[in-house]
Design a protein around this ligand. Structure first.
Ligand SMILES: [Zn+2]
Length: 239
């Protein structure tokens, strides 16, 4: 391992992409300097976020930016298409379930928000795989294809057809509803929700409009929180 004093150190090779180095310098001289007390407190006291957010990996949908959140406030998990698998205790590698377990059983968060977004590439990949025979996976192992098969139960509940962009967004919303149902298949999530110690939420971000809608589980409709209404409702869902 090369340490700062090792021969060969300082050979001029950039160890991180330049964009990250510049961004870090800006953070160090700005945000970190202003919030140094907060970072010291977080380091000493540990984290105690009250909200877990499950979002998509999509680089345009950054939860800390959308919710104007500081370090320590949100426990965030991002995966392809913000999916939640059902409870399946076995020897497989369950990254999302492990994060849920830590958030609920370790941190004892009070809220879990599944946040989808407009134009989701993961949902689009599912839709294309569903409707075009010529769709090819990105790699022979097709991790994405296997992962996004979690969308199938949600897609089965809505009417297919219409413009592909509209269909992708409707599937993305239905998948959020499915994500909450899958979370409730975890016995410790169900128990804490029943005890009133945990609330589950769904949200959907519009990207271009900045609009955020949230799921009203009673009506099955996504209601605007602020900004332009996006509510596609689940009117298109099969009853
Ligand atoms: Zn996405």
């Amino acid at each position: 391992m090369t340490t700062p004093n090792s021969p060969g150190c300082g050979h001029g090779q950039l160890l991180l992409p330049e964009r990250l180095v510049e961004g870090y310098k800006s953070f160090l001289g700005g945000h970190f300097t202003r919030e140094q007390d907060r970072f010291r407190h977080l380091a000493a006291a540990g984290q105690n976020p009250r909200i877990m957010l499950i979002g998509c990996c999509d680089s345009r949908v950054s939860p800390e930016v959308i919710f104007d959140a500081e370090p320590g406030e949100l426990f965030i998990l991002r995966n392809i298409a913000n999916l939640v698998p059902p409870y399946a205790p076995n020897e497989d590698l369950h990254g999302t379930s492990a994060a849920l377990e830590y958030a609920v059983m370790g941190l004892q968060v009070e809220h879990i928000v599944v946040m989808g977004h407009a134009g989701c590439g993961g949902v689009r990949a599912f839709a294309q795989g569903e409707f075009s025979a010529g769709y090819k996976p990105l790699s022979p192992s097709d991790f994405i294809g296997n992962w996004i098969s979690l969308i199938a139960p949600a897609a089965a509940r809505i009417e297919a057809g219409g413009p592909i962009d509209d269909y992708v967004d409707r599937v993305a919303m239905a998948s959020i509803v499915q994500g909450l149902a899958n979370m409730r298949s975890f016995p410790w999530i169900r128990a804490r929700e029943r005890e009133g110690k945990l609330a589950l939420h769904g949200a959907y971000f519009g990207i271009a409009s900045g609009a955020l809608v949230a799921l009203d589980e009673a009506s099955g409709c996504f209601e605007p929180i602020a900004g332009e209404a996006l509510c596609a409702a689940s009117a298109a869902q099969k009853q």
